[in-house]
Design a protein around this ligand. Structure first.
Ligand SMILES: [Fe+2]
Length: 250
């Protein structure tokens, strides 16, 4: 897989040209420190896909339940996650603006205090026993996904002095096979940390702006939750910028 040059990644959801500098971040973005050790120094080698990569994720899709899309309650404790309740919804679209139905969308995020339930997250913010920070759903016949969650907090990371990641939600999209998985991040509007974040800034404008959700008053539910809308375009000139799947939990 490559984002360099004119490399082409062929998948069963189509052909994704990841060399498009208008959309995708470069492998190496010096201000994003981890990219210095992750970026390749040698020409990339095409690895033939195996049967297990060209098929699936069938079992994962068949096990999706409506409860999986409610991150405020899917910890199974009977309690509700603490935080500002949010609804995040949007459409998954192809390069022609056509909806992609019945595709698996998975998300993961920090809790309201900015802490992940993850063995590598040790900063002194509280964990929430009623919040796992993971959810999944399938798009409907109109390509629409929808999650109920809480707004994630910002959190520090050690990329540079006083570095904080803006509030964000990680998204994973599966096409019809494991090899067509795409990963990206959604951000919230009007966050002062956007301009300081090298992960965001590695993405060229105007594609960077496509990573920011819109506050949607028609999605907001009275006395319940704030609504955000964020469409994801899988490929083409209006594509949502995606990242390498082996990235760290950041
Ligand atoms: Fe993160």
């Amino acid at each position: 897989m490559s984002w360099k040059g004119t490399a082409v990644e062929s998948t069963t959801i189509g052909t994704i040209i990841r060399g498009d500098r208008e959309v995708f971040p470069p492998y190496l973005y010096a201000a994003y420190r981890a990219s210095n050790r992750r970026s390749p120094n040698l020409p990339l080698i095409e690895v033939p896909l195996t049967l297990s990569e060209l098929t699936g994720p069938g079992p994962a899709i068949s096990e999706v339940t409506p409860e999986d899309a409610d991150l405020t309650r899917n910890a199974g404790t009977g309690g509700e996650a603490i935080g500002q309740r949010i609804i995040v919804t949007g459409r998954v679209l192809d390069e022609h603006g056509r909806p992609v139905p019945n595709t698996l969308v998975e998300i993961w995020q920090a809790n309201a205090a900015g802490r992940y339930l993850h063995r590598n997250d040790h900063w002194p913010a509280p964990l929430d026993p009623n919040f796992l920070g993971i959810g999944r759903c399938l798009t409907d016949e109109h390509g629409v996904y929808r999650f109920l969650s809480i707004r994630p907090g910002a959190y520090p990371w050690r990329n540079h002095p006083n570095a904080w990641r803006p509030s964000h939600i990680h998204f994973s999209l599966f096409g019809p096979s494991l090899a067509s998985r795409l990963i990206t991040q959604m951000y919230f509007p009007d966050d002062p940390l956007h301009a300081l974040d090298p992960i965001m800034n590695a993405v060229p404008e105007p594609a960077r702006s496509r990573l920011i959700a819109t506050y949607a008053h028609d999605v907001t539910e009275p006395e319940w939750a704030l609504g955000y809308r964020w469409d994801i375009v899988l490929r083409g000139p209006q594509a949502t910028p995606f990242e390498e799947p082996e990235g760290e939990v950041r």
